[in-house]
Design a protein around this ligand. Structure first.
Ligand code: NDP
Ligand code: ZN
Length: 352
């Protein structure tokens, strides 16, 4: 089969590989809709995970089941399914402990385009299909569904780890597709004031649509000062980091009040350390919680997100600015994600 792959650090291209094989609990799918991720850019062009050779990219997919293993009970060939970016090993101690994302080792629940071939191919493999697939409901658009697999679940995880309470003031740093879903998640969890930090006008408009009450442009000056002025010098309850360089971690610590939460979902692709400012962290005693998380995956997570779209609580299709028809456009879509033109939030490749 043909797939679009990371050939090595800094290089991506089309390769031929053997078709994947399903074990007893697995499924083989063909993609119906795909989307490249900013994480693919960190992985390929920054070498953030280290060297990977001829590893097919793509971890955001809606697919059609073409084959199932002998023990798969809930899915059959022909089913249209939402395939989460994170497909944990549910028979693992890490999953029992509540951190399935790290089943088998740190970040190892993230298999596609990390430890195994991803979905930008004619066929792709799904481990533990009964626990990792969710049915695509009749009538749900492929564009909306493919946004659930990573953008929605990740942005919402940012909001979950920010521990948002009714009426909280929340800053979302970065309003690409992940940050936009963090804004939407913060609103759904009951935030009062939501500051959204970004600069591209299209993203700013989308941030307002999803629930931002204030827009901060980081190009206009230090965001800590801009937000502090609007807050009358008070700290905020929570900061969700969904973009920017390592310095945003320091900015988040400065902006957060004692006892508040700093929730990072940004993939910091470079550097040895991330900065924590000593004084603003109360010399280590400020009770400012710093949490960083890989998004949850699996079937239940996807089913719950599907429910939010089905019942009109969330419309993730607003994230999709570019739609292509044909697997061959995976390459173009990935490069768009690298270049981030002003009119882009997220591209989707439909494969029929
Ligand atoms: P984008 O590149 O589309 O968005 C990044 C945002 O950050 C933009 O709004 C950009 O502003 C803003 N930004 C850039 N520099 C700064 C700065 N110095 N200060 C403040 N804001 C800044 O990324 P995505 O939304 O696609 O992804 C966000 C991150 O989430 C990525 O690192 C990605 O790899 C990661 N990720 C993590 C996952 C997880 O499980 N934790 C899963 C999926 C993705 P502008 O408007 O100027 O472009
Ligand atoms: Zn991703």
């Amino acid at each position: 089969m043909k797939g679009f792959a990371m050939l090595g650090i800094g290089k991506a291209g089309w390769i031929e590989k053997e078709d994947p094989v399903a074990g007893p609990f697995d499924a083989i799918c063909r993609p119906l809709a795909l989307s490249p991720c900013t994480s693919d850019i960190h992985t390929v062009f920054e070498g953030a995970l280290g060297e990977r050779t001829d590893m097919i990219l793509g971890h955001e997919a809606v697919g059609e089941v073409v084959e199932i293993g002998s023990e798969v009970k809930d899915f059959k060939p022909g089913d249209r399914v939402v395939v989460p970016a994170i497909t944990p090993d549910w028979r693992s101690l890490e999953a029992q402990a509540g951190f399935a994302q790290h089943s088998g080792g740190m970040l190892a629940g993230w298999k596609y385009s990390n430890f195994k071939d991803g979905s930008m191919a004619e066929l792709f493999h799904v481990n533990d299909a009964d626990m990792n697939l969710a049915l695509l409901p009749e009538g749900m658009s492929l564009e909306s569904a493919v946004m659930l697999t990573d953008m929605v679940t990740t942005g919402f995880h940012g909001a979950e780890n920010a521990n948002i309470q009714f009426g909280d003031t929340v800053v979302v740093v970065g309003i690409g597709p992940v940050g936009l879903m963090a804004v939407a998640g913060a609103k759904l969890r009951g935030a009062g004031r939501i500051f959204a930090v970004g600069s591209r006008p299209l993203c700013v408009e989308a941030a307002k649509f999803y629930g931002a009450t204030d827009i901060i442009n980081y190009r206009d000056g230090d965001i800590v000062e801009q937000i502090s002025e609007l807050m009358g010098g008070k700290g905020v309850d929570a900061v969700i980091i969904a973009g920017g360089n390592p310095e945003v971690v320091a900015q988040a610590v400065k902006m957060t009040k004692p006892g508040g939460h700093i929730s990072n979902v940004n993939y910091h692709g470079q550097g040895e350390t991330l900065p924590i400012p000593r004084v603003e962290w109360g010399s280590g005693m400020a009770h400012k919680n710093i949490q960083g998380g890989l998004t949850p995956g699996g079937r239940l997570r996807m089913e719950k997100l599907v429910s939010l779209v089905e019942h009109n609580r969330l419309d993730p299709s607003k994230l999709v600015t570019h739609v292509f028809n044909g697997l061959q456009y995976a390459e173009k879509a990935l490069l768009l994600m690298k270049d981030k033109p002003k009119d882009l939030i997220k591209p989707v490749v439909l494969v029929e």
